[in-house]
Each structure stands twice: as structure tokens, then as C-alpha cells.
Design a protein around this ligand. Structure first.
Ligand code: PEP
Length: 247
């Protein structure tokens, strides 16, 4: 299975900065066995899509509406994102769950809307520090996973990506050990088996949380880790080149 290196820019880069960044990346991109995808602010997707149209780099959004169209002021639908060249949509990022009150039921509806609109949702799950300190990370994360998949039909392994992102490791410089990431990815694979039967082995499971060029190879070498979702280290071309080269 091809590793996915998904870059989460969060709320960074104007559309013109994004295009300039993509030009620099194209000039510097090394040979990599991984698939590379930029989760850009939605407003930057059209420009990126034009700039990257003949390149293997894919695009995605950082969020998506749970609705198809209509009176949802400020929302962006799957059809709109697909029209500007997106292939992926992150759903349930911990920053959306925490700052925008998104429950796993909302995340499930967003994931279903992405699939219905022809996009692949990257569904984020992961425990906070309090849960980790109690040693309850597996039960917590698997409950969140099952709830976040509750409206997602079983159509094939390529229709979803799961990202395990322990909240305490996001943007903090604290990384789960490769063994911790591997253990959780194994548990997620097991849970997917119960939900997705024969497709479970083909679903990509990413790790996210302070991934850098120096630690990505060890993390992605874990049996059930099939790539990374990277925030801070995704903003700089040299760092993305380092991440891609390490895979
Ligand atoms: C993220 O935003 O999904 C993330 C993992 O951020 P960082 O790499 O900065 O921890």
C-alpha cells in the first residue's frame, strides 16, 4: 500500500503564497514512494490546482460541509471542493472538534457527505492528555472511531483514510513513540476489521502529531501505519522535501 503524506497547512498561507510555495515545491520535490497531498485552506485550492495540474501532488480541504447544498451560510460543499480539484477532505481534526464543537456524529455526517460527493475523507481520531494519563487511549480512540464512521457506508478500502492524532502531540513538539503509534494503528486496524470486513486491510491509517523529517521513517515503518498527517512541518518546502525523501 502506498504511504500517504498529507500536509495540513491549517490557517496559513494566502492563495498567492500557496501558489508560490507550490512552484518551489515542484522545483525541489525528490523521488518518493509516497503519495503527497496538500490540505490547503479552501480558498487556495483553485490556484494550487492550476499550478500543480501536471504534477503527482494531490489536493484536499481541511473541512467540509455535512450538507449537499442550500442555506448553510459560510459552508463549503463536497461538490465545490471537487470542482476546484480536491481529492481529499480532512474531517474531525481535533481543532475542529475542540474549537467548533464538532461531535463524532457531525464528523460522521461530514465523512458521509465527502464520500457522496466523490471525495476521500481523512477521518481524525485521537485521545487527549487526560485520557492518555489514565491509560484509556485505546478504548477512547476506538469509540471515537466507531462513532465517526457510523454514517459511512462500506464501499471499498479506498473510500476512507483514518488519521490517528493524539491531541497531546499536535503542535506541541511531543511525538508519540513509534511503538505507541504502531500499537494504536494495530488497534484501529482491528476495529476496522469489525466494521469493514474484507476492506479493512486496505484502509490507510496515518499517524499525526509533531511528525518531522527526523522521525517520519521510524513511525511509518510500523506495520499498520501507512503515512502521516503533518501540520507544523508542512509549511516549509525544505521540510516537506525532507519528509518525502524519508519515505
Ligand atoms: C495536525 O495539524 O494534524 C498536526 C499533526 O500538527 P503538527 O504536525 O504540527 O503536530
Amino acid at each position: 500500500m502506498k504511504n500517504l503524506l498529507a500536509l495540513n497547512w491549517k490557517m496559513n498561507k494566502t492563495p498567492s503564497e500557496a501558489v508560490q510555495w507550490a512552484k518551489e515545491l515542484r522545483a525541489a520535490l525528490p523521488q518518493t514512494s509516497a503519495e503527497l497531498a496538500i490540505m490547503a485552506p479552501a480558498i487556495a485550492l483553485q490556484g494550487l490546482s492550476l499550478e500543480l495540474k501536471d504534477s503527482p501532488v494531490k489536493l484536499g480541504a481541511q473541512d467540509i460541509s455535512a450538507h449537499e447544498s442550500g442555506a448553510y451560510t459560510g459552508e463549503i460543499s463536497a461538490a465545490m471542493l471537487k470542482d476546484v480539484g480536491a481529492m481529499y477532505a480532512v474531517v474531525g481534526h481535533s481543532e475542529r472538534r475542540e474549537y467548533h464543537g464538532e461531535s463524532s456524529q457531525i464528523v460522521a455526517a461530514k465523512a458521509a457527505a465527502a464520500i457522496a460527493g466523490g471525495l476521500v475523507p481523512i477521518i481524525c481520531v485521537g485521545e487527549g492528555l487526560d485520557v492518555r494519563e489514565k491509560g484509556e487511549q485505546v478504548a477512547y480512540t476506538l469509540d471515537q472511531l466507531r462513532d465517526s464512521l457510523s454514517q459511512v457506508p462500506v464501499l471499498g478500502a479506498d473510500q476512507i483514510v483514518i488519521a490517528y492524532e493524539p491531541v497531546w502531540a499536535i503542535g506541541t513538539g511531543k511525538t508519540a513513540t513509534a511503538a505507541d503509534a504502531g500499537e494504536m494503528a494495530d488497534a484501529i486496524r482491528g476495529a476496522l476489521g469489525g466494521l469493514y470486513r474484507e476492506y479493512a486491510d486496505g484502509v490507510r491509517i496515518l499517524y499525526g502529531g509533531s511528525v518531522k523529517p527526523a522521525n517520519i521513517a521510524e513511525i511509518c515503518a510500523q506495520t499498520n501505519v501507512n503515512g502521516a498527517l503533518v501540520g507544523g512541518a508542512s509549511l516549509d518546502v525544505a521540510s516537506v522535501v525532507g519528509l518525502a525523501a524519508a519515505l
